[in-house]
Design a protein around this ligand. Structure first.
Ligand code: FE2
Ligand code: FE2
Length: 209
């Protein structure tokens, strides 16, 4: 495929993906997929991976989140992606690589990313959960889950237990380089958050949680 044909084909995939992402969970919507695609492109260029495989997998990696029929959303997304890509004329080889990357982008199914492209899609997905964008997504996701800001089942708990541990699980050096400043920004937010709570509490107005 030349560049124009590749661009047109990707636009077609974005259009199809949009239909799957049009739902109430805005933490995993088309914008998330588009940002993961951009992160994926950056990482793929730096790490020497197949950009088409990474872009396709990034665009489709969460399409199975709503109405998942398979065991996990990653497996469900992978199954849907295979059908979409074959229908759109992608080769069996590309489709199989994209499938592998989608199925292993989340650890819930127990599939470890093995190919460089799968590792990059995994890392790109995690990079969209740090920094100011990560915070925004965290609060949207909290709304979906019914979480509070702090305490049990809260934004802060998810941040401390999940987001803080992402760095240890990133596969590429390039992703770790992007992660660090974004993580520091997020950590600064939580410091400010607790400083404000302490101040309110000092004047006797804070709740006791
Ligand atoms: Fe996902
Ligand atoms: Fe995702």
């Amino acid at each position: 495929m030349d560049n124009t044909a590749n661009h047109d084909a990707l636009q077609q995939i974005i259009q199809v993906a949009q239909g799957f992402y049009a739902r109430k969970d805005r933490a995993h919507d088309l914008d998330h997929a588009l940002r993961v695609r951009e992160w994926g492109r950056k990482l793929a260029l730096e790490e020497g991976a197949d950009i088409t495989v990474v872009e396709l997998a990034a665009l489709l990696h969460d399409i199975g989140r709503s109405g998942a029929v398979e065991k996990t959303h990653a497996e469900s997304s992978a199954g849907l992606a295979v059908n979409i890509l074959l229908k759109n004329g992608y080769s069996e080889e590309i489709v199989s690589q994209v499938r592998e990357a989608i199925v292993s982008h989340s650890r819930e199914a127990g599939h470890e990313p093995k190919t460089l492209e799968a590792k990059i899609v995994y890392d790109a997905d995690k990079l969209d959960f740090v920094g100011a964008i990560g915070l925004g997504r965290l609060f949207i996701w909290a709304g979906v889950q019914g979480w509070t800001l702090v305490g049990e089942n809260s934004c802060e708990k998810f941040y401390r237990e999940r987001i803080c541990s992402y760095r240890d699980h990133l596969f590429t050096k390039t992703a770790r380089t992007f992660y660090d400043p974004l993580f520091l920004y997020m950590e600064g937010f939580w410091q400010q958050f607790h400083a404000e709570r302490f101040k309110i509490s000092d004047s006797g107005q804070a709740d006791s949680r």
